[in-house]
Design a protein around this ligand. Structure first.
Ligand SMILES: Cc1cc2nc3c(=O)[nH]c(=O)nc-3n(C[C@H](O)[C@H](O)[C@H](O)COP(=O)(O)OP(=O)(O)OC[C@H]3O[C@@H](n4cnc5c(N)ncnc54)[C@H](O)[C@@H]3O)c2cc1C
Length: 387
C-alpha cells in the first residue's frame, strides 16, 4: 500500500486533508484525461485556470478577507503535491501565482493588497515573477534592468528571462535596478502586464513541464507609477528572496508529487509486467528500487510538511524550505529515472507517463534556486559566511 499523507505520523488536520482531496479530485477529473495531449502539444491550458479559481485553488493561500480560501501552507503543499502527481506544469503555474500572492500580502501596502489580492484570488488574472535576466540567474544581484525616476513614475527598461506564466500574466512582480550596483540598488515592482512597452519576446521551448508557460519579457520604457513599488526602494532583492523562500515549499511539493506519481506507476507496472514467468516486482532488483522510492517519498513529504508547518506557525522556515527542495528535487530526478527503468522499453515511450515524469522532474533542481544554491543556504546556516 502506498502511504498517504495521513499515515505519515504528521498531524494533517481534516481541513488540510480536505484541501488536498479537493485538488486530487480536480487533478484526476479535469487534468488527467488531457495531460498527455497538452504535454505533446506544449499547450498552456488557459481555460483550466477558471476551474481552479472556482475551486478556490488560485487564491488558496490568500486570506478570506481578500476573497481567498485562507488555507495554510500545509494545505497549500498538499494541494500542489496532488496537482503535480497528475501534471507538474499545472502545479508550478499555481505555485508561482501563489508565491506572488504571498509576497503581496507580506510586503504590499493596503492599497496594493486591496487592489491585487481579490483579483488574483477570485478572477482570471494570473501572476508572474521576473527576476532572472540573460546575465543574472543564481547571482540575481547582477541584474541590469533599470527603473529610472521619471517624475511621479518610473521608466522600466531591460530584459527578463524565463518568466513562468509570463505570456498569460496580468501582473508581474519584477525586480529592477533603481540605484547603484549591488543588492541595495534593486527594487521590486508590481507591474500590470498590459502596459505599453511590455513585449513577450520569446516563448521558451523546454525539456518538460510543457503545460506551463515560460517566456522572455522585454521592458521597453514601460512607465509605471511610483505606487507600483512593492516595499521600500532598494529592498527589491530582499523582497524577491522572501518570495522565493515561500515559493520553495511549492517547488518541493511539486517534486514530491512527481515522486509519488513515479511510485504509483512503478508499483502498478511491477505487479502487472511479467518476465521469466513472474511479475517483475518479485525480483529484488525491482522491488529494492521501489522500496527506496517509497522511503524517499516519505522523507520528502516530511521535509515539505515540516517547512510548511513552520511557516504556518510564523517561525523561520527558510533553511527547512531549502532542505525540503534540495531533497525532494534530487529524489524526484533520481526516482523518475528509476521509474523509466522499471518500465523497461515501455517507460521510454509515450504509452506510459513515466517518460513525462522523467522530463518534468529535472527542472525542480534548477528553478527557484538551484540545488547548489540550496546547499549554500543550508551550509551558511551551519557555518556562517567563511570569507
Ligand atoms: C522552466 C524555467 C522556469 C523559470 N521560471 C522563472 C521565473 O518565473 N522567474 C524568474 O525570475 N526566473 C525563472 N527561471 C530562472 C531560474 O530561476 C534560473 O534558471 C535559476 O535560478 C538558475 O539560474 P541560471 O539558469 O542563470 O544558472 P546560473 O546561475 O548561471 O548557474 C549555472 C550553474 O552554476 C551553478 N552555480 C551558480 N552559482 C554557484 C555557486 N555560487 N556555487 C556553486 N554553484 C553555482 C548553478 O547551480 C548551476 O548549476 C526559470 C527557469 C526555467 C528553466
Amino acid at each position: 500500500m502506498i502511504d498517504s499523507p495521513d499515515r505519515m505520523m504528521f498531524d494533517v488536520t481534516p481541513e488540510q486533508r480536505a484541501v488536498g482531496d479537493l485538488a486530487r479530485a480536480l487533478a484526476r477529473g479535469e487534468i488527467a484525461p488531457h495531460v498527455a495531449a497538452w504535454d505533446r502539444e506544449h499547450r498552456f491550458p488557459r481555460e483550466l485556470y477558471r476551474t481552479l479559481t472556482e475551486a478556490g485553488l488560485m487564491g488558496i493561500i490568500v486570506p478570506e478577507r481578500y476573497g481567498g480560501s485562507g488555507a495554510d501552507y500545509v494545505s497549500y503543499a498538499l494541494a500542489i503535491e496532488e496537482l503535480a502527481q497528475v501534471d507538474a506544469g499545472t502545479a508550478v503555474t499555481v505555485s508561482v501565482h501563489a508565491m506572488i500572492c504571498v509576497a503581496i500580502e507580506a510586503l504590499g501596502n493596503d492599497d496594493q493588497k486591496d487592489h491585487y489580492l481579490p483579483m488574483l484570488a477570485g478572477g482570471d488574472v494570473l501572476a508572474g515573477f521576473a527576476l532572472t535576466e540573460p546575465g543574472a540567474g543564481s547571482d540575481a544581484a547582477a541584474l541590469r534592468s533599470t527603473a529610472m525616476h521619471d517624475g511621479t513614475h518610473y521608466l522600466l527598461r531591460g530584459r527578463k528571462q524565463w518568466c513562468t506564466n509570463g505570456s498569460f500574466a496580468g501582473v508581474t512582480m519584477g525586480m529592477f535596478r533603481t540605484g547603484g550596483p549591488g543588492t541595495r540598488g534593486i527594487s521590486a515592482f508590481l507591474i500590470d502586464n498590459e502596459l505599453p512597452g511590455i513585449v513577450v519576446e520569446k516563448v521558451t521551448e523546454k525539456l518538460g513541464i510543457h503545460t506551463s508557460n515560460t517566456c522572455d519579457l522585454a521592458f521597453d520604457d514601460v512607465r509605471v507609477p511610483s505606487t507600483a513599488l512593492l516595499g521600500a526602494e532598494g529592498s527589491g532583492l530582499t523582497n524577491a528572496l522572501t518570495a522565493l523562500t515561500s515559493g520553495r515549499i511549492g517547488i518541493a511539493a511539486q517534486a514530491t508529487g512527481i515522486l509519488a506519481a513515479c511510485l504509483e506507476s512503478s508499483v502498478a507496472f511491477a505487479k502487472d509486467r511479467e518476465a521469466f514467468g513472474k511479475p517483475i516486482g518479485s525480483f529484488e532488483g525491482i522491488s529494492f528500487k521501489i522500496a527506496r522510492m517509497a522511503t524517499d517519498l516519505d522523507a520528502a513529504r516530511l521535509l515539505v510538511y515540516r517547512a510548511a508547518a513552520l511557516a504556518d506557525r510564523g517561525a523561520p522556515f527558510a533553511v527547512e524550505a531549502s532542505k525540503a527542495k534540495l531533497f525532494a528535487s534530487t529524489a524526484a530526478r533520481l526516482h523518475a529515472a528509476e521509474a523509466v527503468q522499471i518500465h523497461g522499453g515501455y517507460g521510454y515511450t509515450t504509452d506510459f507517463p513515466v517518460e513525462r515524469y522523467y522530463r518534468d522532474a529535472k527542472i525542480t533542481e534548477i528553478y527557484e534556486g538551484t540545488s547548489e544554491i540550496q546547499q549554500i543556504i543550508i551550509g551558511r546556516s551551519l557555518l556562517g559566511r567563511l570569507e
